[in-house]
Write a protein that binds this ligand. Sequence first.
Ligand code: NAD
Length: 421
Amino acid sequence: MAAVGANSQLNPLENAERQFEEAAARLGLNAGVKEVLKRPRRATIQHLPVLMDDGTIKVFVGYRVQHSIARGPAKGGIRFHQDVTLDEVAALASWMTWKCAVADIPFGGGKGGVIVDPRKLSAGELERLTRRYAADLSDVFGPDSDVPAPDVNTGEREMAWIVDTYSMHSRRTELGVVTGKPLEIGGSAGRREATGRGVMICVEQMCRHLGMPLEGARVAVQGFGNVGGVAADLLARECGAKIVAASDVSGAVHNPDGLDVPALLRHVAERKGVAGFAGAKPLTTAIIEYDCDILVPAALENQITAENAASVKAKIVGEGANGPTTPDADKILQDKGVWVIPDILCNAGGVTVSYFEWVQNRMGFYWPEHEVNSRLREKMEQAFGDVVKVAVAEKCSLRVAAYMVAIRRVLRVHELRGMYA
Ligand code: NAD
């Protein structure tokens, strides 16, 4: 997987590897072991023919990368986006390995993607594309081998199509093959909100650690989808924080007195974006640089870069998205004294409840939402505490500490299993 793009600062795979290297160096890993931990174990490319509504056939490109299966089945979402690349999918797969290890759940890391702008497809075309992708990967996916989930532009609907397609091929219903399913077909209570809830718990823990009140704190949220929308709602509703700015592909809005988040969520559901929300003014400057106490980037990678990091006003950055901060930006933020809660910790709530969903599918016994939420809180608080402890002992950033926790856990499994080399 070669580097792509003229600006390597923005290549997510290079960024993921730089983050890994920094922690690996502190751990003094030997060169061979380091290479095993760093490289994805397997990557597949699919060319997916899809019958379009006008009768033509169009071929889409899809990827699935398994970074590691050392601690359990590969686990990771499927992204539908026009800018998907193999490097991006590989980076996201490696972040999944480290995230599952930080959260201490028995999964490895994987990720999938299809190069497509789903807004340009009809529902029927999207269904045929999703099914063809799942059918082509039916020998890779499986409850014990590789378990996908939603990511950008995929959700419960796509997961239901994948369960059905996989089940048709395996001649029996296999609910545990994907997570993030609708409740009626083996989804878990609390899964839809889990990533945002995990972000809220991490922000809450960070504020407690810093002795900073969360009630009344001003929060700006970039990306108002599954992660950002829910995080904003929970931070406002359960913690009393004030959401002062929100953005998505449609634009950005702000209100220094606080946005009415439930009304904004309704607006987004109806109008497919935050733009035009009556209870706010349009925001014409970059949301990353907005004057706030807490910034939650919850859209895509590479949003906080060497170019804008110095202008970040927030004291805490809670990474809801994967890879929103480049390594160069990370250094600038650290020098400024900004506390960055790294993605592999901050957005681990989603995969944690995905794990609960997979467990419930295997048991055939389903937990009420309060039980899911309290188990999630326990896992997130434990993970946050583990990371802070290492950060304090090593005098390093939370990101380096999170990688150190994760790498140690994966390494330990390799030591116990022995290396089949
Ligand atoms: P989503 O599709 O539900 O929402 C993405 C949001 O980002 C949308 O509001 C979209 O309009 C917005 N967006 C896209 N490009 C933007 C841009 N350039 N500027 C501002 N906003 C932009 O996706 P999601 O599931 O909320 O995922 C968001 C991020 O969180 C991704 O990085 C994803 O990998 C990560 N993540 C998601 C989950 C999950 O459970 N869904 C779990 C962990 C991490």
